[in-house]
Ligand binder design. Sequence first.
Ligand SMILES: [Ca+2]
Length: 90
Amino acid sequence: MATKESILNKIQILITNHFETPEDAFSFFDEDSDGKLKKSEIVKLLKQAEINGFIRGLVGSKLIDGYDKSGDELIDWTEFKTAVEKIKEA
Ligand SMILES: [Ca+2]
């Protein structure tokens, strides 16, 4: 069973190893360039982070629940940056 810690750890490894900066990661996964990550874009990030396909949808929803402060069901750059900083501390 994947724990929250192991999932966050994989996300951190992806961002650290594959991108120069969190900004690069954000713009890479923001495929429609609207400045926000919607659930389908977050699920692609989770796929890249090698999160098991069976739980990607659930994890995506949980991340949105946890980090979407504005309540629009999207993760904008400020929210993403806050999430990345929290993940680093974990
Ligand atoms: Ca987007």
